[in-house]
Design a protein around this ligand. Structure first.
Ligand code: PHE
Length: 343
């Protein structure tokens, strides 16, 4: 039979032992182990309490009181030590951070194609061109007929077009905005038109089904081919640099006559021929020409009085040349690791 005095003493020893250990606990892990050891369901205190039943009934009161006191003191000690360790731990983290480099704020940037568009518009702004926009959902009339492209004519196949509804397309070039502007403004007209265009093209290294174009249009009395040519040459020198030369190659567009494709000397090889220019020394940058009289008629301008020129270029293609990017898809996939290089 257990002596009551022995049990009370044992409880006091557990209490003293537990209080000392808990005070000395130097980590949250160590403190938790002590809580389990002294206060846990199969801990030391519980072990003692399970023996109360063996004590004589007249002693149980004293033993119970000693046990309750021990439990309360140990719990209080645990609570205060826990608070102390937790605040020390968070203070420690804050202190360690003071020696570490700060986290940089995330910084956005202008998309490289947008940059090229802005730069091109700025060069033409200096020459007196305003920036205008037109709708991406366009009627067949503006996308084709107003531009002297009969729907049944094979020339319409130059633009493999998405149809939204009968007579309504996603514009396959920015040229329809030429007609819209001339319909609503009297000459002189000088505009650049940046905007998205859509074609049923594969998404491959040189094509995207949705892509940016910039259109240019100048109409006035007395605009001749020399003004057209020197304006484009000025643009090429401003954008690509003095050492780059432009060449005008005869081409065909239904809405210009004569028409030309403009090439620039290859920036990679300087014109001697390399893989970028496919050995030719030249890279095509735009379609262009003198506005066809049929377009003036469609918009109500007098073709005897007015002349003008127009051009259209793919902004992402220009950006590929500017930044030496081999695959147009990189511009349209939104990979932050790629785009971050242009900040
Ligand atoms: N719209 C033509 C195209 O998308 C380019 C162009 C514009 C040609 C203006 C001549 C004049 O291919």
């Amino acid at each position: 039979m257990t002596e009551p005095v022995q049990l009370v003493d044992a409880l006091k020893r557990i209490e003293a032992d537990g209080l000392a250990s808990i005070e000395a606990a130097d980590s949250l892990e160590a403190l938790e182990a002590l809580r389990v050891r002294f206060l846990g369901r199969s801990g030391d205190l519980a072990g003692m309490l399970s023996r109360i039943g063996q004590a004589p009934p007249e002693d149980r009161r004293a033993i119970g009181q000693a046990a309750n006191t021990a439990k309360r003191r140990l719990q209080e000690a645990h609570t205060s030590r826990l608070a102390a360790l937790e605040s020390a731990e968070s203070a420690g983290v804050a202190q360690a951070d003071l020696t570490m480099p700060g986290r940089r704020a995330w910084e956005g940037g202008v998309h490289p194609v947008t940059r090229v568009i802005d730069e091109i518009c700025e060069i033409f702004r200096e020459l007196g061109f305003s920036k205008v926009r037109g709708p991406e959902a366009e009627t067949e009339w503006y996308n084709f007929q107003a531009l002297n492209i009969p729907l049944e004519h094979p020339a319409a196949d130059m633009w493999d077009t998405f149809y939204l509804a009968d007579g309504v397309v996603l514009r396959s070039h920015t040229s329809p905005v030429q007609a819209r502007i001339m319909e609503t403004h009297e000459p002189p007209v000088r505009v650049v038109v940046p905007g998205l265009c859509y074609r049923r093209d594969p998404f491959d290294p040189t094509h995207a089904p949705a892509f940016e174009q910039i259109e240019g249009l100048a109409v006035d009395e007395g605009i001749d081919f020399v003004e057209f040519r020197s304006t484009i040459e000025h643009f090429v020198h401003r954008f690509f640099g003095r050492e780059t030369t432009a060449r005008f190659r005869p081409a065909y567009f239904p809405f210009t006559e004569p028409s030309a494709e403009v090439d620039v000397s290859c920036h990679m090889c300087g014109g001697s021929g390399c893989s970028t220019c496919k050995g030719t020394g030249w890279i095509e940058i735009m379609g262009s020409g003198m506005v066809h009289p049929a377009v003036f008629e469609a918009v109500g301008y007098d073709p005897e009085r007015y002349t003008g020129y127009a051009f259209g270029m793919g902004s992402a293609r220009i950006a590929m040349l500017r930044y030496g990017i081999p695959d147009i898809r990189l511009f349209y996939e939104g990979d932050a690791r790629f785009l971050a290089q242009f900040r």
